[in-house]
Design a protein around this ligand. Structure first.
Ligand code: HEC
Length: 280
């Protein structure tokens, strides 16, 4: 991939990164960043993020149908810039409290300038009134990343790997896309064609934020090892299909979404892909 954001120029500001947490309110930084030694985690304070030179208070919406409120945000691009991405890294891994994970490539950061929310109407999530919940279903806190509905009214949050908008971010990782997703494209998965290849793209875009794929790449909200998905897809494809179409019929409380846009070919593609991963 090797996409480069091409950030040049002077950037005198250095965000303080501590190697021990200061509070539960810190943003955790993975060890691939320049500013964090191998094998360790870095911790950034909310107050220091707010002091970044490009932090600003905007009148905007947390999601397209919400009311506009005053929010203090910092451009994700500048967070990347101050933390330092070594040569070859080409995206950020958004890691969330419930083990949801999404891949945010640098080119999407460049095109859509996502913000990291620091204060909502001047409040941090730990303040008395805290932050509102996202669509009434889940917390935004501790950190929330989003594309401004005001600046990009037509933006549709669909990427090849999950979503840009993410609630409950606890940690920013860093990776190289080809390296991170290599297990999806290696060995018996190297030459997939037709439905199996389409199924791989679908899995990456629609399932991998919550379901780990081959070699445990991806989020793990589901707490289902990939082997469970393989078993359903290969031996119990009717259940697999019913589950993906309407998970709430089996798990009324589940956060796994329904997939009303899926048709026969989507299920066939997912099953072909997962079956290919299970072939001896
Ligand atoms: C928002 C998170 C989320 C997404 C996205 C998601 N799932 Fe799930 N999935 C879950 C959770 C959580 C469970 C476990 C059920 C539970 O206890 O809620 C689960 C369980 C499953 C199971 C196991 C069912 C069983 O009976 O054990 C299958 C199969 C599955 N998901 C397939 C998929 C596929 C295929 C996709 C993509 C098209 C997908 N899921 C997208 C969260 C998600």
């Amino acid at each position: 991939m090797g996409f480069c954001l091409g950030w040049g120029g002077a950037w005198a500001f250095e965000l303080p990164v501590s190697l021990t947490p200061d509070s539960e309110d810190d943003l955790i930084i993975g060890d691939r960043w320049d500013r964090v030694p191998k094998g360790q985690k870095g911790y950034v304070r909310r107050g220091d993020l707010a002091k970044m030179p490009t932090a600003k208070t905007v009148l905007d919406r947390i999601w397209p149908t919400a009311d506009a409120v005053k929010m203090t945000v910092v451009p994700m691009a500048d967070v990347v810039k101050t933390l330092g991405a070594p040569e070859g890294m080409d995206g950020v891994v958004l890691k969330c409290a419930d083990r949801w994970e999404s891949w945010l490539p640098f080119h999407l950061i460049k095109d859509h300038d996502p913000y990291l929310l620091i204060y909502y109407e001047g409040r941090s999530p730990t303040d008395k009134e805290g932050w509102p919940s996202f669509l009434g279903i889940e917390d935004l806190a501790p950190y929330y990343a989003f594309v401004s509905p005001k600046r990009f009214p037509d933006f549709v949050d669909e990427t090849p790997f999950g979503m840009i908008s993410a609630t409950q971010i606890t940690e920013l990782g860093l990776a190289n896309e080809a390296e991170r997703y290599a297990p999806f494209f290696a060995g018996k998965l190297a030459n997939l064609e037709g439905p199996a290849a389409i199924g791989r793209d679908l899995f990456l875009a629609r399932c991998n934020t919550c379901h780990q794929g081959p070699e445990e790449v991806g989020g793990n909200v589901s707490q289902r090892p990939f082997m469970i998905l393989q078993t359903h897809a290969v031996h119990n494809s009717a259940h697999f299909r019913n589950m993906v179409a309407d998970p709430k019929q089996f798990y009324p409380q589940t956060i796994m979404p329904r997939h009303p846009d899926f048709e026969d070919e989507h299920y066939a593609a997912l099953i072909a892909f997962i079956t290919a991963t299970a072939e001896p």
